[in-house]
Ligand binder design. Structure first.
Ligand SMILES: NC(=O)c1ccc[n+]([C@@H]2O[C@H](COP(=O)([O-])OP(=O)(O)OC[C@H]3O[C@@H](n4cnc5c(N)ncnc54)[C@H](OP(=O)(O)O)[C@@H]3O)[C@@H](O)[C@H]2O)c1
Length: 330
């Protein structure tokens, strides 16, 4: 058991934004457990990160069936920490999980069939030790399963009481519109869309953000720092302890290249002039758009988390700053 007691002033500083046209408010910064929470990682560091996050008003924690490694272990560790530290705070938390990527062998362990989605959520609930999650996502579009089947499955999880809300991830603008119409007809409107969005990957600006705004869906961009590229850590090589340096990290060393580092150097100069670290500027750059509900960060230490929370102290950009940034990242 943990003797954690949440900070009494945890709601004093964090701003919350409404998620689309729903009743849910989310903190401007949310925490994801893709990396750093698996059985390969240090459990106590993960626990310290979660305590600190909640102490600073982060009420939303994002998981998926396959987070680890090994797959499933982030949900197991989170479940353990939930029990040890947060059992008295369950109703103050928005916990999400997803299914869509490879989880178990055979034809029913990935993509978007009803068979897979329903079984996967049952497994996730078991690993986390919960009766329900707050948000259940379809993790990626499935080109071969009728979208109706995946959406019926999401709706069913809500009707079964295993999820309160549903979301989709990495669906294109067209797929999102289709999914949203089906879900509205079923009486389970899509709460939220989770796309990759950062200064180096801006595909969502090309239609998706307009669709989610019109449909009243919230938006939670993932990999806001391009997995850590939008920091100064790679300017002098690849540290062994970094995501690109670790064998279990998803960021490939080839992605740390001269073109990217040149941009990072230039962006860092602007960040400094704004009195921010580069990660802080990358996060506030996303929050400047009111269609963004919350920015979904990942951190490997408490120090990084505290740095990233500092983004909330300077979210305004002058037209000149935006233009300079545009010139670098375009
Ligand atoms: N829906 C999807 O398909 C999908 C896909 C990917 C992610 N996600 C979600 O989005 C969450 C965030 O994604 P992400 O982890 O890729 O986000 P990210 O914020 O782009 O990258 C996080 C990494 O950046 C580094 N970092 C963070 N803050 C830093 C700081 N202040 N200074 C220096 N380095 C810093 C750390 O890497 P080091 O390890 O090098 O320290 C950290 O692990 C995931 O946990 C997951 O919940 C969803």
């Amino acid at each position: 058991m943990s003797n954690y007691t949440a900070n009494e002033s945890r709601y004093d500083a964090m701003p919350y934004r409404r998620c689309g046209k729903s009743g849910i408010l989310l903190p401007e910064i949310s925490l994801g457990l893709w990396h750093n929470f698996g059985h390969v990682d240090n459990y106590n560091i993960g626990k310290e990160i979660l305590h600190t996050a909640f102490d600073y008003g982060i009420t939303h924690f994002d998981l998926a069936n396959n987070y680890g490694p090994p797959a499933g272990s982030a949900e197991e560790n989170f479940g353990k920490i939930l029990k040890e530290s947060f059992s008295g705070y369950r109703d103050e938390l928005i916990i999400s999980t997803k299914a869509g990527w490879d989880m178990w062998p055979g034809p029913y362990g990935n993509f978007g069939s009803k068979k897979y989605l329903i079984a996967s959520l049952d497994q996730s609930l078991h690993r986390i030790g919960l009766d329900y999650v707050d948000i259940f996502y379809h993790h990626r579009p499935d080109p071969n399963t009728p979208i109706e089947e995946s959406m019926y499955a999401l709706d069913l999880t809500v009707k079964q009481g295993k999820a309160l809300y549903v979301g989709i991830s990495s669906y294109s603008a067209e797929e999102t519109l289709q999914a949203s119409k089906i879900l509205k007809n079923l009486g389970t409107p899509c709460l939220i869309h989770q796309p990759r969005y950062n200064m180096f990957d801006r595909w969502v600006e090309n239609g998706l953000l307009n669709v989610i705004e019109k449909e009243g869906i919230g938006c939670i961009p993932f990999s806001p720092l391009a997995q850590g590229l939008l920091s100064t850590k790679y300017l002098k090589g690849v540290p062994a302890s970094s995501r690109a340096g670790k064998a279990t990290g998803f960021l490939q060393v080839e992605e740390v290249n001269t073109t990217v580092l040149n941009k990072v150097n230039k962006l860092n100069i602007i960040a400094k002039k704004r009195g921010q670290s580069l990660p802080q500027m990358a996060i506030s750059w996303l929050l400047k758009d009111k269609r963004i509900t919350t920015v979904l960060i990942g951190v490997s230490s408490k120090k990084q988390l505290l740095d990233n929370l500092g983004a909330l102290n300077n979210k305004a950009f002058s037209p000149a700053e935006l233009k300079s940034i545009e010139n670098i990242i375009n």
